[in-house]
Design a protein around this ligand. Structure first.
Ligand code: NAD
Length: 416
């Protein structure tokens, strides 16, 4: 077992191990958590109490999570010193213990790190950002039938315009890049432009789409849609789409069918045991998710499109406070809410913790503790149905008074 400088390993508990691509989960796993910045401490406290109580409810004392605090963001700087936003031992601990959960982290405005979240994803190669978007009855939504949307977004997490390869307008580097492109490729870029490089690789696209199809198989979903802007960005988004189809043909030739085959061979109806792989252009997708939400199940996307689409879908089912997420590599998985640290609500015990609690639900399913996951989901449903909700939902429900984050979590625990 590794020794750490500031991380205290719990006395009881064991590591989650991996055998090939299978997790071996003891009854008393040690799971690292990052509390997070801003609203992080409030929503983490709420989440921990719900998860711990659900595990007791589901398994009596047979199973227990031994939480191990690890540090990132402001708390890490306090403990480890200047500019230590993401200490090396935090990354090492996640590698060692495989499964972790984190609160949101504020992006530092200075300090040599672009974004702690992006750095964490890159250092651990968490290439798939998985965001299920599903409606809970009773949640106020801006659309008429929010229950028709039930999708899982698989967003590529490591490349696209998010790699941070950028050159500031009028800088020496930007001028050199513009000069090179103009001389070598005879392509015109307006002088004074800022430059960002968009990269999308065959390797990253294929592993993401493969994971999305595996998820569809495991969860008995019938459709995987590749979402892109390949009509314009032909060699990045366009290639993402082509490599996505290639991944389906190469790894799942007997299971996957295309839209053309669906019409020609199966009269428009997906046969049992098959998964339809189709694609949609992102601008049309934003419309179709509103007009025909029931047509979609799994959405596999490049990084930026997945980022935009996740928030749009979350709005459709009632907002960011209800949107969980997971960042996954082959076996390592870090669970987190889709939203940020909402600094203006820090320490107010006000914000909706459901997104992080639902990220905990995803985590419980990932480690195979589905009984506890189901208990939590049912308790959330019951709590929301009884109109016992935080301000974000109460504001949109007539005659409903909001409750504090901790009171809401307490009611979920009561309803477990
Ligand atoms: P944000 O998601 O933190 O908050 C935007 C607004 O959304 C809030 O003011 C609030 O009105 C609402 N909101 C967010 N979470 C909510 C919840 N649980 N319940 C109810 N309402 C909620 O976005 P931001 O203000 O743009 O970002 C704040 C910081 O968080 C930035 O530093 C940003 O970089 C960072 N961030 C971190 C992550 C992450 O840790 N994964 C993700 C996004 C942003």
């Amino acid at each position: 077992m590794k020794k750490f400088r500031h991380i205290k390993i719990p006395k009881a508990g064991e590591r989650i191990d991996v055998d090939g691509d299978r997790l071996i989960v003891p009854d008393n796993p040690i799971i690292p958590f990052i509390e997070g910045d801003g609203i992080g401490p409030d929503i983490w406290k709420a989440t921990k109490s719900v998860i711990d109580n659900a595990v007791i409810k589901a398994y009596n004392s047979k199973r227990k999570i031994n939480w191990m605090e690890i540090y990132a963001g402001r708390k890490a700087v306090k403990i480890y010193g200047k500019n230590q936003w993401l200490p090396k031992e935090t990354v090492d601990a996640i590698k060692e213990y495989q499964v972790a959960i984190k609160g949101p982290l504020t992006t530092p405005v200075s300090g040599g790190i672009r974004s702690i979240n992006v750095a964490l994803r890159q250092k651990l190669d968490l290439f798939a950002c998985i965001r299920p978007v599903k409606y809970f009855s009773g949640v106020p939504s801006p659309v008429k039938k929010p229950g028709n949307l039930d999708v899982v977004i698989f967003r590529e997490n490591t490349e696209d315009v998010y790699t941070g390869i950028e050159f500031k307008a009028n800088s020496k580097d930007a001028k050199e890049v513009i000069g090179f492109i103009s001389q070598k490729f005879k392509k015109n870029i307006s002088p004074g432009s800022g430059i960002g490089i968009k990269t999308i690789s065959e390797f990253a696209s294929i592993r993401l789409v493969k994971k999305a199809i595996e998820y569809a198989i495991e969860n008995k979903r019938k459709t995987v849609t590749l979402v892109h802007k390949g009509n314009i960005m032909k060699y990045t988004d366009g290639s993402f789409k082509d490599w996505g189809y290639h991944a389906a043909r190469k790894f799942f030739p007997d299971i996957t069918i295309t839209e053309e085959e669906l019409d020609r061979k199966y009269k428009g109806k997906i046969p049992s045991g098959k998964i339809l792989i189709n694609d949609r252009i992102i601008d049309s997708m934003f419309q179709q998710l509103l007009f025909r939400p029931g047509d979609f199940e799994i959405l596999a996307t490049p990084n930026m499109i997945g980022d935009y689409l996740s928030d749009a879908c979350a709005a459709q089912i009632g907002g960011l406070g209800l949107a969980p997420g997971a960042n996954m590599s082959y076996s390592i998985c870090v669970f987190e809410a889709s939203h940020g640290s909402a600094p203006k609500y820090a320490g107010m015990d006000k914000i909706n913790p459901t997104s992080l609690i639902l990220s905990g639900v995803l985590m419980l399913r990932y480690i195979g503790w589905s009984e506890a996951a189901v208990i939590i989901e049912n308790a959330i449903k019951k709590t929301i149905k009884s109109k016992y909700v935080t301000y974000d939902l109460a504001n949109r429900m007539s005659g409903v008074k909001s409750v504090k984050c901790s009171a809401y979590a307490g009611r979920i625990v009561k309803n477990l």
